[in-house]
Design a protein around this ligand. Structure first.
Ligand code: SF4
Length: 482
């Protein structure tokens, strides 16, 4: 399924290694009306896929009425805490939220619209599995308010789907995408995995070609991660399946980028491609470090508790296990497991880590007039439409400019000279080459940021320079690929 659930997971991992201090105190939020994206987690699946390590549960029966009531109540509570005036997008992720009934989706959306402004036309995405997606329930979801679908196709080859433990066949995936495109034209995204054990370069090229014949205007492309504890990782560890080779993975990623860009897609984020402007508004909220509220078991959020008089951005995580989460929501109105005030340094580190995943990068100017870069190679240029009004760096660091942090001699300057990074009047962003090896650039940049802010804690360098020189595809591809 799609990226939303994976993002909070990645953020948690990043937050876990951040230095706690670094600055005089939280960055105060302005008095401007607050907006936020809202993520809703449906924690159930019919069957666990062999590669899945997500917060999902397979249970004999789901008490949907109880889950629905808790999702509604928690959404109302967190919207009240945050005093969010307007919800910019809603994303139902999971698990398999297409197993929920349209009535549950409608109830949550009604609660959101009752507690805050939900603009007509705001992006409302539902993740769906081909096996639980036929035209009839999809029409129900559309009537409930869903206007964008993210379908977990993962592969268009039956043998690969069996290896992944998916419930559906390639033919069912095709049927599901066709049905979705009929109901959500221009707003159907598909998820695809690459780097499967034993997958060859040619097989991947064929999958890409088949995908191009099927897809709508948005594709999320994830390198398969062999997570500890999953059945697939155990098979690879035991030698029953071959481990994918790093060079091949990098090659597959480059092939996909080149093919998709050549066919009119914009590579707007490490794992995401869109054409005709069909970018995911919701996921952009994460990458731009906007506020977001997470509702449901294990959901993550980043927002200011204005309702409690706070002006500090917090990282919030809800209780993972659904029954424990429901108990807490029923007694307290929300099932928050932890909340941590983020230091200014932590906020900037998140902004850096997330913002550089996008082709717009981290902007410091309100408006760009740069022409679009030639497709396929060369520099990634900020998009005028995306960059408009997004002075992201200044919002989080009003006193210390991007130039002051990354423009001086140091790691970032070296990365620019080596052709991985650009810092100019548009902001800080990766080049085409840099985006492919972002994970290997970030430790140097984080180190420079920490040093300038006087909170340096040197990350382990390993052989980062060698990895870059070797062109390894070291990417942050941790988006949800369920
Ligand atoms: S990969 Fe997605 S569909 Fe499969 S078990 Fe995990 S959450 Fe469910």
């Amino acid at each position: 399924m799609a990226a939303a659930r994976g993002w909070p997971r990645k953020l948690a991992a990043v937050a876990g290694v951040l230095p706690g201090g670094g600055g005089p105190g939280p960055v105060p939020e302005t008095a401007a009306p607050a907006t936020a994206a809202l993520y809703v987690h449906w924690p159930y699946c019919r069957k666990r896929c062999s590669y899945c390590s997500f917060n999902t549960y397979v249970v004999p029966a789901v008490d949907e009425a109880a889950v629905r009531a808790c999702l509604v109540r928690e959404a109302q509570t967190l919207l009240r805490f945050s005093q969010v005036h307007s919800v910019t997008s809603v994303f139902f992720g999971g698990g398999t939220p297409s197993l929920a009934s349209p009535g549950t989706v409608a109830a949550v959306l009604e609660a959101v619209a009752g507690a805050a402004h939900l603009p007509a036309g705001a992006e409302v995405t539902l993740e769906a599995n081909p096996s639980s997606t036929s035209a009839s329930p999809l029409a129900g979801f559309r009537a409930a308010g869903v206007n964008r679908l993210s379908i977990g196709v993962q592969s268009l080859d039956d043998a690969e789907l069996r290896m992944l433990g998916r419930e559906h066949t390639a033919a069912e995936a095709r049927k599901a995408v066709e049905a979705a495109r009929g109901l959500f034209p221009g707003r159907t995204s598909i998820d695809l995995l690459f780097g499967l054990p034993g997958q060859s370069r040619d097989a991947w090229a064929q999958r890409l070609e088949a995908t191009l014949g099927l897809c709508d205007d948005h594709i999320s492309l994830y390198q398969l991660t062999l997570e500890r504890g999953t059945a697939l990782a155990a098979q690879v560890r035991a030698g029953a399946l071959p481990a994918p080779c790093q060079d091949l993975l990098a090659d597959m990623y480059q092939t996909a980028r080149n093919v998709l860009v050549a066919t009119g897609f914009r590579h707007y984020e490490v794992s995401n491609f869109a054409r005709k402007g069909a970018l995911s508004t919701h996921n952009l909220s994460y990458w731009r470090a906007d506020q977001y509220i997470g509702v449901g078991p294990g959901a993550h959020g980043r927002f200011v508790l204005r309702g409690e008089g706070s002006c500090s951005r917090e990282a919030r995580v809800q209780i993972l296990e659904p029954v424990a989460w429901m108990r807490e929501v029923q007694s307290q109105g929300h099932g928050t497991r932890s909340r941590v005030v983020l230091s200014p340094l932590e906020q900037l580190e998140e902004l850096l880590t997330l913002g550089l995943r996008t082709d717009e990068g981290i902007t410091h100017e309100p408006l760009f007039s740069s022409p679009a870069a030639p497709l396929g190679t060369g520099m990634l240029m900020p998009s005028p439409s995306l960059a408009l009004g997004t002075q992201r760096w200044e919002h989080f660091s009003p006193q210390l400019s991007l130039q002051a942090v990354f423009g001086e001699p140091g790691e970032a300057r070296a990365l620019q000279q080596e052709g991985w990074l650009v810092l100019d009047s548009g902001g800080l962003r990766c080049t085409w080459a840099g985006l492919a090896v972002l994970d290997s650039l970030l430790p140097d940049l984080l180190w420079q940021l920490q040093r300038v802010l006087g909170a340096a804690r040197r990350p382990s360098r390993g052989t980062l320079a060698e990895e870059r020189a070797g062109g390894r595809g070291v990417r942050a591809v941790s988006g949800h690929n369920g």
